[in-house]
Design a protein around this ligand. Structure first.
Ligand code: FAD
Ligand code: SF4
Length: 412
């Protein structure tokens, strides 16, 4: 007979891991199913070559484009999900983001919920993820019912200089909100050592506010929470009416196991959640589970972003660079009538990361030239919103593989 739980949560990333933490205190029997394993703690965590050039922590998964061409989707299957490698920039959306926004390529429609609906939950999440920031510095921010739990991470001299320069130029730079376990008032006791290997790397000393460290591990301290790693959910089975999930089918080490739960949460990431629901098609749900609307997998949105590297004569010796944000172009301005998005910093560039990001461009460059460029570079990260186009979607084929159709929008 299948093992029964009150709640089954599929995926342990930002969504599933945080939910497990929130529910753990209820005493309910909770099962976490995670296809990945714990990310190994090893020196390679902080080495740009294995991380960026060799793709050591990227899954072997293969997805397909609309022409059936296979590609490697650069996803991370670990306890903690994508947050194991994330940049820990923990921004709230702005109140206007929940309304209709006119972009250069079309309309981003209004959400059925508002910023005010989310505000108390943003506050709770900021407390849990120990976000460092200075509320009120960024004029685009919505209201907050509580300050950030930690003061903002300080600028290093070169970034402070840039921030002052921007202010003199009439811009309103602010300290970027960030989820690292850094105690600047007590550096010897701080979990975070403020190193340069943060953005895009796993944290060797478990000082990044990722879902494993912040949410999953503490939840597992309770007897009512169980985690199965290497457990890939392949299908949800339902009763003949198709309204009740009767089994969560798992593939683990080549074996098939089935679990049941009163509540089943699908939080396997945007594409994999759609994959699970679409692959759960049955006579009751011929187009996939919860897909009577034909919406599952549609309106796929991407991370519309670009790194911009500014070179100056001055050396940039910054170690932890992700401390500055600029939202002066987030909404329409006098010079540009559409929202352009957020500017923040990325982790300090180095020769290997440049090689990993742009292998063709850097192929003929000797190591010293890239190191010299990186030594003078100030590295910005530009992010804007793409449109939730219905034709941008995840589908699955007869073998259950993910096919992704995606046309970029709002690039100009
Ligand atoms: C390099 C990088 C940097 C980023 N930087 C930032 C940042 O600075 N700030 C920010 O806000 N966001 C950032 N993000 C994005 C952020 O990490 C994601 O938006 C967030 O993790 C999504 O949470 P999720 O729970 O939906 O999915 P995930 O975190 O991806 O978690 C999904 C989990 O489900 C598991 N899973 C998938 N399929 C199955 C299955 N069939 N059965 C069982 N388990 C399954 C996966 O292994 C994974 O653990 C970054 C992402 C990356 C990759
Ligand atoms: S800066 Fe802190 S959180 Fe980031 S990798 Fe280094 S020690 Fe970890």
């Amino acid at each position: 007979m299948a093992e029964h739980y009150d709640v089954i949560i599929i995926g342990t990333g930002a969504g599933g891991g945080t939910l497990a933490h929130a529910l753990a205190g209820s005493g309910k029997r909770i099962l976490l199913l995670e296809r990945g394993n714990y990310l190994p703690r090893e020196l390679e965590n902080w080495n740009p070559r294995p991380v960026f050039v060799d793709g050591r922590y990227i899954s072997k998964d293969t997805w397909f484009d609309p022409d059936g061409k296979p590609f490697q989707p650069q996803v991370h299957y670990f306890v903690g999900g994508a947050t194991k490698l994330y940049g820990a920039a923990l921004y709230r959306l702005r109140p206007q983001d929940f309304g209709e926004l006119r972009h250069v390529d079309g309309i981003s429609p209004a959400w059925p919920l508002t910023y005010d609906d989310f505000e108390p939950w943003y506050t709770q999440a900021e407390q849990l993820y120990q976000v460092h920031g200075n509320g009120g510095e960024d004029p685009t921010e919505g209201h907050r019912s509580a300050p950030y739990p930690w003061p903002a991470v300080s600028h290093e001299p070169r970034i402070a200089e840039i921030s002052e320069g921007l202010e003199k130029g009439g811009y309103r730079p602010f300290h970027a909100p960030c989820g690292i376990l850094l105690d600047e008032a007590n550096r010897p006791a701080s979990t975070c050592i403020r190193c340069t290997w943060c953005d895009g790397y796993p944290c060797l000393v478990h000082a990044k506010s990722d879902a494993e460290v912040i949410a999953v591990r503490p939840a597992l301290g309770r007897d009512n929470v169980t985690l199965l790693t290497g457990a890939e959910v392949t299908k949800l089975e339902t009763d003949p009416g198709g309204r009740v999930i009767t089994g969560v089918v798992v593939s683990r080490d080549g074996d098939r196991a089935v679990y049941t739960g009163d509540i089943v949460v699908v939080s396997a990431g945007a594409a994999n959640s759609a994959k699970i629901l679409l692959n759960s098609a049955s006579d009751a749900h011929p187009h996939g589970l919860a897909n009577g609307s034909d919406q599952v997998g549609r309106n796929y949105m991407f991370h519309n972003c670009k790194a911009v590297v500014a070179l100056s004569k001055e050396k940039n010796d910054t170690v932890f660079q992700k401390t500055l944000g600029i939202n002066d172009f987030y909404f329409p301005t006098e010079d540009y009538e559409y929202p352009a998005g957020n500017i923040q910093m990325i982790g300090k560039s180095n020769a290997e990361a440049m090689r990993g990001e742009k292998p063709k461009l850097t192929k003929l460059s000797p190591e010293w030239t890239l190191s010299d460029v990186a030594g003078h570079a100030v590295d910005f990260w530009l992010t804007t919103e793409d449109l939730p186009l219905p034709e941008n979607r995840v589908t699955t084929d007869a073998d259950g593989n993910v096919h992704l159709s995606y046309q970029p929008s709002t690039w100009t």
